[in-house]
Design a protein around this ligand. Structure first.
Ligand code: NAD
Length: 265
């Protein structure tokens, strides 16, 4: 049974108690954690996916075939990411890590806000927006202002091949697989913040933690398949969430982190 937590009800204290009993808690975050920092998620109405069809702009094949489109999307995203600052959800997770209550964060985001908020062990499974990468010779460098403002596509300094933003596009494998395995292995509580859990393989991590009898805490504006279950053809899957914190991440995660730190022994 999913326990729906609000900051006033008895499940809040119960969730904090269960969290504090855990030995290896980790977090998994998605675009929703950064919405209150001014970076819209892509999937919600009006989000970038309603303007830029991901099949047309955000696949590795699109990058190879129509570089201009992939770079157009990247430059659009960069405009919102660069001025953004972490919110209370990012800093809350960082404080939990500092107190030894969280072992690390797996993020699908490319915005660097966990690091800006003070988190140390951050695994960026979809890469980052601060580097450019050459698919041909593996050269990598920091982005600079003209990469974002210019209309030209920057070229590799070694081999002259067009550079690619160091973000994982649809059709590319995720990064840091062994680091993820190390963090997820033995994880007994996963705090899942602001992800619709629709992009695999990351969307499969909660089920691994659950199979190992770990707790699943979900923080989101609305229930996802993790909390509501889903229909796979004829086969319904069950909810795997133990505690669902409904509301904006800055408030739910911020309050949860504060209370956990107050209650720790
Ligand atoms: P997503 O699939 O992670 O969905 C966003 C989720 O966040 C939704 O479930 C939504 O209900 C929830 N949400 C929205 N605002 C919230 C809030 N204030 N508090 C709590 N929950 C909230 O994200 P997507 O937009 O479909 O993006 C797909 C992929 O694109 C991501 O996995 C990521 O790699 C990339 N992306 C990154 C960023 C970033 O770096 N900040 C932003 C957008 C997209």
């Amino acid at each position: 049974m999913v326990k729906k937590v609000d900051l006033e009800n008895e499940y809040f204290d119960e969730a904090v108690g269960d969290f504090l009993d855990c030995k290896k808690a980790c977090a998994l975050t998605g675009a929703g954690i950064s919405v209150e920092s001014g970076i819209p998620d892509f999937r919600s109405p009006g989000g970038l996916w309603s303007i830029f069809d991901p099949q047309e702009y955000a696949t590795i094949q699109a990058f190879i075939n129509t570089l201009e489109k992939a770079w157009k999307l990247y430059r659009e995203v960069a405009k919102t990411i660069e001025p953004a600052e972490p919110n209370a959800a990012h800093t809350g997770l960082a404080k939990l890590e500092e107190k030894g209550l969280l072992k690390g964060v797996i993020t699908q985001n490319i915005d660097n806000l966990h690091q800006k908020g003070g988190s140390k062990n951050v695994i960026e499974v979809h890469g980052d927006h601060q580097h450019l990468h050459c698919l041909k010779c593996s050269f990598i460098r920091d982005i600079n202002e003209s990469d974002v403002t210019s209309e030209d596509i920057p070229k590799c300094e070694n081999c002259d091949y067009p550079l690619k933003p160091n973000v994982v596009l649809f059709g590319e494998p995720i990064k840091y697989v062994s680091e993820i395995e190390e963090l997820i292995n033995g994880c007994d509580c996963l705090l899942i913040v602001g992800t619709s859990a629709q992009v695999y393989p990351v969307a499969g991590f909660p089920a691994i933690v659950k199979q190992n009898n770990g707790y699943i805490f979900e923080f989101n504006l609305e229930k996802t398949v993790l909390t509501s279950g889903m229909q796979f053809g004829f086969f319904p899957t069950e909810s795997i969430t133990d505690y669902f914190f409904s509301g904006k991440a800055s408030s739910t995660v911020g309050s949860f982190a504060k209370k956990s730190i107050e209650e720790m022994k």
